[in-house]
Write a protein that binds this ligand. Structure first.
Ligand SMILES: C[S@@+](CC[C@H](N)C(=O)[O-])C[C@H]1O[C@@H](n2cnc3c(N)ncnc32)[C@H](O)[C@@H]1O
Length: 215
């Protein structure tokens, strides 16, 4: 039987290294399949039945600007090719389950989208841009660093959609992460979205008093 996790593991062992992950993706962001990555993973737990998953997927696919070839449909996922060169996976599950699956696959997250995740309205019980969830994403960041697109964040924005002086971002900074603002209006999203790069600046043994991620 097809296993989504084994499939992702097989990609991790091949040349498909750059993973983009968008949790709480909804079905209106098919355009994200255009973004620069080798593998693009989405998760959303909204459609619960096989029938609602079918129509959710149809809507999602309509938003894609490029050729989407459905390769495998399982009760919990759609695996597809984008323009015959990138892979996409839509996971109909809780974001935490999706992160576990990515972790087990051995892939690292080189782009993370934390936009309109339902933490204010939309049924999310935690914010994807805050610890503990965001800490799990940072743990999966490759050595080369991560692109981070967000519309709200207590660490790199001043709440919703307002940039903050990133030097004040003590939780990230004290743990050795350096953030830089790259783009202050990423097109396509309903809310104003910002793109940052996050890099691990130095090894943890050089940090005097690291503030642990509150988990
Ligand atoms: C407000 S909607 C926004 C969807 C999309 N990000 C957008 O901007 O159009 C929030 C979505 O997050 C999903 N969601 C909320 N909490 C989730 C969780 N813990 N795991 C998976 N999906 C979640 C909801 O099902 C809903 O589709």
């Amino acid at each position: 039987m097809f296993s989504t996790q084994k499939f992702l593991s097989s990609l991790a062992k091949r040349q498909f290294k750059r993973l983009l992950y968008y949790p709480s993706a909804g079905n209106r962001h098919g355009f994200v399949t255009d973004f620069n990555a080798d593998v693009i993973v989405f998760s959303d737990f909204r459609p619960k039945s096989l029938r609602t998953r079918r129509s959710f997927w149809r809507q999602f696919r309509q938003g894609a600007q490029h050729e989407i070839r459905l390769i495998v449909a399982t009760p919990i996922a759609r695996v597809f090719q984008i323009d015959r060169r990138k892979w996409g996976v839509f996971l109909f599950m809780d974001n935490n389950e999706a992160v576990r699956l990515i972790h087990k696959s051995g892939l690292r997250i080189s782009t993370f989208i934390g936009v309109c995740d339902g933490c204010a309205e939309g049924g999310n019980y935690e914010c994807v841009n805050e610890m503990p969830f965001f800490g799990k994403i940072l743990d999966l960041m490759p050595e080369t660093g991560m692109n981070y697109i967000t519309d709200h964040s207590p660490y790199v924005l001043d709440g919703w959609e307002r940039p903050r002086n990133v030097d004040n971002s003590f939780v990230l900074k004290n743990n050795g992460y350096k953030t830089s603002l790259m783009n202050d209006s990423v097109p396509g999203f309903r809310n104003r979205a910002y793109e940052f790069t996050i890099k691990k600046q130095y090894m943890m043994n050089e940090v005097k008093d690291p503030v642990p991620h509150p988990r």
